[in-house]
Design a protein. Structure first.
Length: 406
């Protein structure tokens, strides 16, 4: 086992920042100035004395003019090979790159079976399980394209386009979670193309939700906020009419705006985050008990989970961890969101020196959503920070690090 000075853990984001900075001929002062972060933060991140937050990672990637994945190391091919997920990426890439042209040899199943497949895969997504998505979506996309080609225009065809948009959305979920961000963006483009022919006017809000994740990762907060704000304006009137689908979509936009503001870190960010969280709380009460129309898990529990995550990004991990620990997530609640919450809790607890509790939350994240947790850069950064904080890591921490791939 390497020592705890940070020198042995060359998989950290800080080490990658340092290597690319040196290639660019930049000093630490120069990069800190370009990235608009403090010199102290940069030196601590590069030396391994502080884990790289998503905000710092995005800021450094922007300043170094590299994709964020160059700093996070994604995709994690060694882990993908072990989980037999790597072999699913290329067929999915072909399915998504296909310009809406069905194979002439395709014999599609009945539409009811295709719809049932997509609903089952969406449940897998909520559980943070991705193997079935990667294995099944390419065939479903081709079958739906064949159905559309052989169906007259009208309301039924619009509904099939809605199913096709759902399939592309699952492709986006799969590729984004595993670190193939270029494929995730292409999947969103295809989803947008399909949604333009579908009957649901709020599907583009779902696309906005996922596209803003790209801007979050790459530090394009202002761009993300402009699109979110534009959709909020469009949703105001149907929300006033009492359209519950629009209300749910509006609540999701408020949560996304809160996250974007928390990462943007401006003097007014805390106030703006609080305002969006309060709006989301009020909207969540209005849709309480109704089915989740878009699978974005907009409810009171998700609002409070966002209070924790935005608190960490605003620089108050202690209060955020205290709030997060008070939450009682219901049994059977969306495991992908629960897993993300536990990863955030681990990040906060490590920052305030509660390392044993941080590891407990990483273990809870793995139990909730194993694949999502294993392939998320937050898991690796937090695990590396815990390793650096121990002269002799515990057996449990060593086993967890091995599982992550460190």
């Amino acid at each position: 086992m390497p020592d705890n000075s940070g020198r042995g853990y060359d998989t950290s984001i800080g080490r990658r920042i340092q290597a690319i900075r040196n290639q660019r001929g930049l000093t630490q002062h120069g990069l800190a100035q370009r990235a608009h972060i403090s010199y102290s933060t940069l030196t601590k991140v590069e030396s391994g004395h502080k884990s790289a937050s998503p905000t710092v990672t995005a800021a450094c990637a922007r300043a170094l003019r590299v994709p964020v994945t160059d700093l996070t190391g994604q995709p994690y091919f060694d882990a993908l090979k072990k989980d037999q997920l790597e072999e699913l990426v290329q067929p999915l890439r072909h399915a998504v790159a296909n310009p809406l042209l069905a194979s002439p040899e395709t014999a599609p199943r009945p539409l009811a079976e295709l719809r049932a497949d997509l609903d089952t895969l969406d449940e897998s997504r909520r559980r943070g399980e991705y193997m079935a998505i990667g294995a099944t979506v390419p065939a479903v996309v081709d079958e739906l394209l064949h159905v559309i080609d052989n169906m007259p225009t009208g309301i039924e065809q619009q509904r099939v386009y809605g199913l096709l948009a759902q399939a592309y959305r699952l492709a986006q979920n799969f590729s984004h979670k595993l670190g193939f961000l270029d494929l995730a963006l292409l999947s969103l483009d295809r989803m947008e193309q399909a949604a333009s022919h579908a009957e649901d006017p709020y599907l583009p809000v779902v696309i906005c939700h996922y596209r803003s994740n790209y801007f979050l990762h790459h530090g394009g907060y202002d761009v993300g906020l402009r699109e979110v704000s534009a959709w909020m304006q469009r949703l105001e009137e149907p929300v006033r009419r009492g359209d519950l689908r629009a209300t749910s979509a509006m609540g999701t936009m408020h949560l996304k705006a809160a996250v974007l503001h928390s990462r943007r870190r401006r003097p007014t960010s805390s106030t703006q985050v609080g305002a969006h969280i309060n709006e989301a709380r009020a909207l969540a009460r209005q849709v309480a008990g109704m089915p989740d129309p878009y699978g974005l898990i907009f409810d009171t529990h998700n609002v409070e989970v966002h209070v924790t995550s935005t608190g960490i990004d605003l620089g108050d991990p202690g209060t955020a961890a205290e709030h997060g620990a008070s939450l009682q997530l219901p049994t059977g609640w969306a495991m992908n969101r629960a897993g993300h919450h536990y990863m955030d809790m681990a990040r906060a607890l490590e920052r305030i020196g509660r390392r044993d509790d941080a590891l407990k939350n990483l273990v809870k994240a793995r139990a909730a959503a194993p694949a999502q947790t294993r392939y998320h850069p937050t898991t690796r950064e937090t695990t590396l920070a815990l390793l650096r904080g121990r002269s002799t890591p515990s057996q449990k921490l060593s086993e967890y690090a091995a599982w992550v791939g460190i």
